[in-house]
Design a protein around this ligand. Structure first.
Ligand code: UD1
Ligand code: UDP
Length: 368
């Protein structure tokens, strides 16, 4: 039987987390030959996820450079992916999300007339500058895609309103829930992290370009104030290696036993830490999808979101980056138990963990 060749392109941590169950699903099907192409837009963060899911890259472009420039990164991605697609000659290419890797992969597919499947299609804030450059990457990639794997009805509606044909859109949920549920099945050891069992854990991640500079300083100041005025609180910051984030956090967050600055955690461990957390503060996209499934109150450190389902779930609140707003919202969650419990409810707006199976079935249907 001739197998169809599918290239899965993966560049950064969240792409690897969300593509992992799809890659594993395609590999377990007799119909496909799967070629995993790591652009390594992220190096250590990508390696960590591949290790965690026991995935090996078939081709590794090793493109990350320190504090890389978007134009340079994109230029390298276009040239290198073009060579790979030329030599492998895939029947289809899949990529997830809105990073520079995904945009470049879709553009090379357009030039080479290769069908492109976009995982997590249709997310929009409507503001090209927020998130930057991701919103524009999403729009460009949607113009090129053959299959639009939309996580929700509202993502599907966004695509329809931009002229995508309904027959090309498949509402499949978000594969991050597949990964989250896979990793939640096992007991996760957190001994290596110095967590105080008697303190309420506030987990923090920040990395968005819109938050570089003053907004990030304001977030650090809020964290210092929260820790200073609540003895029963411990904060764990998983520090993103982007120097624009890392240097600011290291400079502005107080050196306190109750503020732990941690290297990024491998996904299994991070799932364990999210489960252990009382409150999460983050500007991450993926964590907005995970928090409702875990029933963990998440305060989103951004002005707008492309994930309205998270807000509707009630578990997630959009609060911006202003210091007083962060301190006020966290204090309310710490001090008002009824309010806390009204947010801390599990729900599954992004599906129940069957997204990767749905995508694999759609591709089998198409090719067979
Ligand atoms: C990228 C994506 C963003 C995504 C985020 C997930 C773009 C433009 N940005 O942002 O959409 O939400 O990843 O985390 O595609 N670095 C390391 N080691 C790593 C990873 C990064 O040292 O494993 C440092 C390097 O100095 C690198 C810099 O971070 O140059 C920036 O990486 P880049 O992928 O360009 O941007 P992110 O901010 O990570
Ligand atoms: N994550 C992780 N380790 C960490 C911090 C985050 O594995 O130390 C996971 C998190 O659970 C989520 C994903 O990384 O699934 C989010 O990645 P990130 O915030 O870097 O990117 P975004 O989702 O904003 O694009």
């Amino acid at each position: 039987m001739k197998k169809n060749k599918i290239i899965c392109v993966v560049g950064t941590r969240p792409e690897a987390i969300k593509m992992a169950p799809i890659i594993l699903g395609l590999k377990s099907s007799p119909f496909f030959e799967v070629i995993v192409v790591a652009t390594a837009q992220h190096r250590e963060l990508l390696d960590g996820v591949f290790r965690d899911f026991a995935i090996l890259a078939d081709i590794d472009l090793n493109l990350m450079r320190p504090n890389q420039d978007l134009v340079e990164l994109n230029a390298h991605l276009l040239l290198e992916l073009s060579k790979v697609f030329e030599s492998v000659r895939p029947d289809a290419v899949l990529a997830q999300g809105d990073t520079t890797t995904v945009f470049a992969a879709s553009l090379v597919c357009f030039y080479k007339k290769i069908p492109f499947g976009h995982v997590e299609a249709g997310l929009r804030t409507g503001n090209f500058l927020s998130p930057f450059p991701e919103e524009m990457n999403r729009v460009f990639t949607s113009k090129i895609s053959k299959w639009h794997f939309a996580p929700t009805q509202s993502a599907c509606n966004n695509l329809i309103s931009e002229g995508v044909l309904a027959q090309d859109i498949f509402i499949v949920g978000n594969s991050v829930i597949d990964s989250l549920l896979i990793k939640s099945r096992n007991k996760i050891e957190l001994d290596s992290i110095n967590l105080d069992p008697n303190k309420k854990l506030i987990l923090v991640t920040v990395h968005r370009r819109e938050n570089f500079g003053e907004p990030l300083v304001s977030i650090c100041n809020a964290i210092n104030e929260i820790v200073g005025s609540n003895d029963n609180v411990q904060v764990l910051i998983s520090v993103h290696p982007n120097p624009n984030t890392k240097n600011t956090i290291q400079t502005y967050c107080s050196n306190s036993q109750r503020i732990i600055l941690s290297d990024p955690l491998e996904y299994s461990q991070f799932v364990g830490v999210m489960n252990r957390a009382h409150i999460i503060l983050s500007d991450s996209g993926g964590i907005q999808e995970e928090a409702p499934a875990l029933g963990k109150p998440l305060l989103v450190l951004r002005k707008e979101t492309e994930r309205p389902e998270s807000l509707k779930s009630g578990t997630v609140k959009l609060i911006g980056t202003e210091k007083n707003a962060i301190v006020t919202e966290v204090s309310k969650l710490l001090n008002d138990q009824d309010y806390y419990l009204s947010l801390a409810k599990k729900s599954y707006p992004y599906g129940d963990g069957n997204t990767s199976k749905a995508i694999v079935d759609i591709l089998i249907n198409y090719f067979q």
